[in-house]
Design a protein. Sequence first.
Length: 290
Amino acid sequence: MTPATERPNAPATERSRPAPPRPRLIATDLDGTLLRDDKTVSDRTVAALAAAERAGIEVFFVTGRPARWMDVVSDHVHGHGLAICANGAAVVDLHQGGLPIEVRPLAADRALAVVETLREAAPGTSFAVERSGGIFYEPQYPPLHLDPGAIIAPAEKLLHDGFAHAGTPVLKLLAHHRELAPDAFLQLARSVAGAYGDFTRSSPSALLEVSGRGVSKASTLARCCAQRGISAEEVMAFGDMPNDLEMLMWAGTSYAMANAHPDVLAATSHRTGANTEDGVAAVIERILAR
């Protein structure tokens, strides 16, 4: 494979850029980044992650996924065993079955304000509520094959104090629209409801993810790194979608996948192969080979 920063069609400045220094920590997104399109981790990537850990480089999986969807990588986390889930709303211990170590919730009243505002600004929006104990969604929301048996009810009921699961933290609110373009929906939601939460997206459809204000992959990763005495300059990050942007801009070295969203490609100085080409593994191999 062509080295990560030396693609044949890369600008001359990129081809000639010196290779980045070896990081102390690698932070990688999962879907569209580390995982292949069939949601598996290739043997090459498994080997590269293990080699990085043996070389003393910590690896953090930083994803929008909830802890219950982390089985695909739980066997490939070494050392600390921690992962950042739900776009920074939860730090979990994969060695302990996804046990929450830290939770940064979205207040239910803020989530309700988002629901009310988007119902008015974008009629036809449907919602799901991701809590630490599972996901609950409205009848119009696209059904989730990974979460059979979820409670289905209007968002107002799912966020009410009297709801059966009201005692579990809201990790994020999800908003889906069947007709709006994804980026247009994101821009609209930020403009009308940005005061109530942080909005992002990681799906190819018009599906928005809403976290508490100040909660993101970047802010939670920064907290985890500070606890380890690791600076941003010592972090290398990989991602492909808007929910990775803040993390990629925070890290000292950042890589966009070849399949990344245009905003991600524009915000990063390094490129690597697509998720289907083991782009993350290619960079790790190149770093360790030095």
